[in-house]
Design a protein. Structure first.
Length: 183
């Protein structure tokens, strides 16, 4: 299978399948934990203006196969040294085939080229596949794993891009308390 990686923007029509599918997935996974799940997910999806995901401080990619958007993701500036990954997604039919790993690798490469030294991200506690992906690609959990994940709600991870596995460079990204529903 041949995949095409396209640097684009969340406003591009080819990004819409990714964004629409994320809204459905987040709404479904968190329905019982958010009062108005659909509205809060829509609000979250609109929280960041598209320009935050554009170079020189950000990036937004989609992956297409045969003209169909099957994956993608983005990053924006977290701080001067850190890119924050957002909107990592793969189509249901493409999961468990390494495509999400490729999205992460592509975003990390762009972040390095744009001068970032590390990456930060959060994923939801009802997304164990995402947590597994980040752990398997060298991300360090920046939360207390002895606390039930739903208390954290959002699970933060970090990675030193220059020295993967180096934890000292991530210490300022750790939070003293769980990331509840709003932070």
């Amino acid at each position: 299978m041949t995949y095409e990686i396209i640097d684009t923007t969340p406003l591009d029509p080819i990004a819409q399948p990714l964004l629409a599918a994320l809204e459905i997935e987040y709404t479904t996974r968190y329905r019982e934990f958010r009062k108005d799940s659909a509205a809060s997910v829509s609000e979250e999806m609109l929280r960041y203006p598209a320009e935050l995901f554009a170079p020189p401080e950000g990036a937004f990619i989609v992956i297409q196969r045969d003209g169909k958007t099957v994956g993608g993701g983005a990053f924006k500036r977290y701080d001067t040294a850190t890119a924050e990954l957002k909107r990592i997604w793969t189509h249901e039919s493409e999961r468990r085939q390494g495509l999400a790993r490729r999205v992460v690798e592509e975003l990390e490469a762009r972040a390095l080229r744009q001068g970032y030294r590390r990456v930060y991200l959060t994923t939801g506690f009802r997304q164990p596949e995402a947590a597994g992906l980040y752990t398997s690609t060298g991300y360090e959990a920046l939360f207390d794993r002895s606390i039930a994940p739903e208390i954290h709600f959002r699970l933060p991870f970090g990675k030193d891009l220059l020295e993967p596995g180096r934890l000292e460079s991530l210490s300022d990204l750790r939070r003293a308390e769980p990331l509840g529903q709003r932070s």
